[in-house]
Design a protein around this ligand. Structure first.
Ligand code: C2E
Ligand code: MG
Ligand code: MG
Length: 756
């Protein structure tokens, strides 16, 4: 049974009787179209040659012949009409198949095949002339000539069908019809039909007109009567049978998308042709002697096998390609498109349909609470959940949308800009339903198609950017559209990322210094180095513009190294010139930790400029404490070991608890300026500041308060025993020259004791 079913399966495979995937069907379709290009080129060129040949051989002499009964038009028509017809037919198919393979849509691409099909339709309208000239004549007593007339008429019918098919299919494809591939199968079948009819018609016509039969006595029977056989007298027979053969081979190659159809058509044709030729003899004798019959059948089988073998070869290529494409085009977890394939599909869609500014939109969808879900339920369930969300998105957005999982829990959709908000609400509702406890949901950034030529990667970035904005906003909104303001910011961000190296190289980055004073006596005890970017194009840029961008792109280490280098250069310069030297605190970002070894970087640059270690403080923001605890601890310890103080920046601005203070050995705690917001008359704020200062004191940390703007604040902080003060009250961040000038002018009193 097993063996039998294997054989049966093999049979089904070989003869293409299995259901094929859409991919394989398309593959075969395209392969057919490619063959059609070559075939139509051959037809086109061949027919041009035939028109020239006919003109030279018949038209010109007949026109010059005084005995010619036809007028000039009839002379030309009777000798060349078929070839002109085939020429425009070939041209129509050629341009149709080229535009099929090319896929790009344009009116021009649609119109050219239609023009050629139209031309051949016009030639078909001259059919009545055929009757007049007698090339089609059903009243002829010779049966063979009636059959020939029938073939000729059928040929015209096939051409008309083909032309109508081309015109319909070109328009249908251009307008984005969903069954475009079926319409092209129809065109290619009609193309095959015309070729076949032409082959049959020419070969048959030639056969009957060039074959002369004769009754010949071949012997005497036992009654003494002559045995007469009807044999072909001249050797001219089958002259153009080659035409028929050529076209059948063509068709064998063309119709391979289904070998059974190809065998069926070829079989009918061979059989029909056989009987037609047989019937051509007036005595009804066999045209084909036995040997030729065998040749004829063998030839048919060979062509059928060529079709089967080409089919099988293409099928195995198609299957392999499909497998490879599956790997490259599908997301393993969700079964959605892979991101790269998605972008290709988007490009195709944009080229295929009339996608214009604003009528389609990219959506960047992020699942909220997915991390919680993953942590609680585990990796496997997390993956299943992603699959479910992918399914929900696919359900809600219709077939015409393209959907991908870009990475992690980020999905991207390309869809028409219609009722997008409603659809997003629907997706959110159904995602929430999946787990009423964890309540996962979605947040979406949307970017309308701005320019159809825009790179989809870039457009998706914009949607992602809108999502990032939405995430930062304290809102319950589910979706935010990318707008002009965001676009300006986006361009700015791009500019920063792509120009940081240039800014460093050309010295656009500067270190500005903000004074820090002792609360007792308000004498200058140090400065904080703050980065500025003075750009030739955008002018003065504040850190809020470029620091977060560089952090998000893991490029902030470049800036931090550069600021450190500038600071060391300035200190070295002052030391060499005998100018006043102050301790400088340098900011390092949490994003530096994973990228560089801060200790090594600081050490290296400081050694290079021979700067005393006690002159540099390393500021690390509170937000850095939340991740990579061990790495941070280790870094602080190593900095201490090398003699660098470490300061905890922006304490109180984030979410970390007091608890973290016990884990890290910071020397100075910088109270964030948020503590001073609403300071006036707010007793709670004052109590809070006092207790933080006293807490720091108890665990052996010095204190500094940022953002001091009024005398009242300064007085309070002094009384609360805050060690250092920094804020606009003592000066905004200044360039190196301005600071030096102010010190030299005596505007700042430098403390004797700067470090303690
Ligand atoms: P930060 O380290 O907390 O720096 C203090 C910020 O507060 C500075 O803003 C400063 O100009 C501002 N400020 C000082 N006193 C007052 C005041 O009295 N009132 C008000 N309203 N603001 C005051 P800036 O220079 O814009 O820097 C912002 C942030 O950018 C810095 O906060 C720091 O986190 C980051 N940053 C600056 N330069 C660098 C750098 O070189 N590397 C790194 N990684 N980050 C830097
Ligand atoms: Mg700072
Ligand atoms: Mg700060």
């Amino acid at each position: 049974m097993g063996t039998l079913s294997k054989i049966w399966n093999g049979f089904l495979n070989i003869f293409g009787l299995r259901k094929k995937s859409k991919y394989v069907k398309n593959y075969l379709n395209e392969a057919n179209m490619r063959s059609a290009i070559f075939m139509s080129v051959v037809i086109f060129v061949l027919e041009i040659w035939l028109v020239l040949r006919q003109t030279h051989k018949y038209v010109v002499p007949q026109l010059a012949d005084p005995n010619n009964t036809l007028n000039w038009f009839e002379t030309i028509f009777s000798n060349t009409s078929l070839y002109f017809l085939m020429m425009s037919f070939g041209a129509a198919m050629l341009w149709y198949s080229i535009q099929y393979i090319n896929k790009k849509k344009s009116v021009k691409r649609m119109v050219i095949p239609i023009v050629f099909a139209g031309l051949s339709l016009i030639l078909c309208c001259l059919l009545p002339l055929e009757f007049k000239l007698g090339t089609i004549n059903f009243a002829n007593p010779d049966q063979a000539k009636v059959i020939r007339s029938l073939f000729r008429l059928l040929f015209y019918v096939a051409v008309v069908l083909f032309d109508a098919g081309i015109i319909f299919s070109s328009i249908y494809r251009y307008r984005g019809g969903r069954r475009a591939s079926i319409s092209s199968i129809m065109v290619i079948s009609l193309f095959a039909l015309v070729c076949l009819m032409f082959g049959v018609m020419v070969s048959y016509g030639d056969f009957i007109s060039s074959t002369v039969y004769q009754n010949v006595v071949v012997g005497v029977d036992k009654n003494g009567n002559d045995i007469i056989k009807n044999v072909i007298a001249n050797d001219d027979k089958n002259k153009e049978i080659i035409c028929f053969l050529m076209f059948t081979i063509y068709i064998g190659c063309l119709l391979i998308w289904n070998p059974m159809i190809s065998i069926g058509i070829l079989g009918t044709l061979f059989l029909g042709f056989y009987f037609a030729l047989d019937g051509a003899t007036s005595l009804g004798k066999k045209v084909f002697p036995e040997g030729d019959q065998l040749n004829y059948i063998t030839f048919f089988i060979s062509i059928a096998m060529v079709a089967v073998s080409i089919y099988n070869q293409r099928i195995s290529e198609a299957n392999k390609d499909e497998e490879l494409e599956e790997l490259a085009t599908k997301d393993k977890i969700t079964g959605l498109l892979s991101f790269e394939y998605f972008t290709l599909q988007v490009r195709e869609k944009i080229a295929e349909y009339k996608i214009e500014r604003g009528n389609s939109v990219y959506l960047f969808i992020n699942i909220t609470n997915f991390k919680v879900y993953n942590d609680q339920k585990g990796f496997k369930k997390g993956n299943e959940f992603l699959k479910t969300v992918g399914q929900i998105i696919s359900d809600v957005f219709n077939e015409n949308s393209l959907i991908t999982r870009q990475s992690d829990d980020h999905f991207v959709v390309f869809t028409i800009n219609l009722k997008v908000q409603d659809k997003i609400f629907e997706v959110a509702r159904r995602v929430e339903e999946q787990d009423p406890e964890i309540k996962p949901s979605i947040k979406v950034g949307a970017a309308e198609v701005y320019d159809p030529r825009e790179d989809p990667h870039y457009a998706v970035e914009k949607a992602r950017y809108a999502y990032a904005e939405l995430k930062r906003m304290p809102t319950t909104k589910l979706i935010l559209f990318y707008d002009d303001k965001m676009h300006d910011n986006y361009l700015m961000n791009q500019y920063i990322v792509t120009h940081i190296d240039e800014a460093i190289k050309n010295g656009y980055l500067k270190a500005y210094y903000q004074p820090v004073v002792w609360s007792k006596g308000r004498t200058l005890c140090g400065v904080e180095a703050l980065a500025r970017w003075i750009d030739p194009k955008y002018g003065f840029l504040s850190p809020s513009k470029f620091i977060p961008v560089l952090e998000n792109n893991q490029l902030i280490y470049k800036l931090d190294k550069e600021i450190l280098r500038i600071v060391c250069t300035d200190i070295r310069h002052n030391m060499d010139k005998g100018l006043p030297v102050l301790p400088v605190s340098i900011n390092f970002s949490r994003a530096d930790f994973g990228v560089i070894d801060i200790v090594e970087v600081v050490n290296e640059i400081v050694e290079q400029y021979q700067v005393p270690h006690e002159l540099l403080h390393v500021e690390i923001t509170e937000s850095a404490l939340t991740n990579e605890v061990d790495l941070l601890k280790n870094t602080i310890n190593r900095l201490h070991a090398k003699g660098f103080a470490t300061w905890l920046d922006d304490f109180g601005s984030g979410y970390s608890s007091f608890n973290v203070l016990k884990d890290f050995d910071f020397d100075v705690l910088k109270l964030d300026m948020a503590f001073l917001v609403g300071f006036n008359g707010n007793e709670k704020a004052k109590a809070l500041i006092k207790s933080v200062i006293s807490l720091a004191d108890q665990i052996g940390m010095k204190t500094l308060c940022e953002g001091v703007e009024t005398d009242e604040q300064a007085k309070f902080l002094e009384e609360a025993s805050c060690g250092r003060l920094q804020g606009y009250l003592y000066g905004k961040p200044l360039s190196y020259d301005e600071l030096l000038e102010k010190i030299q002018n005596g505007e700042y009193n430098i403390a004797d004791e700067k470090i303690c």
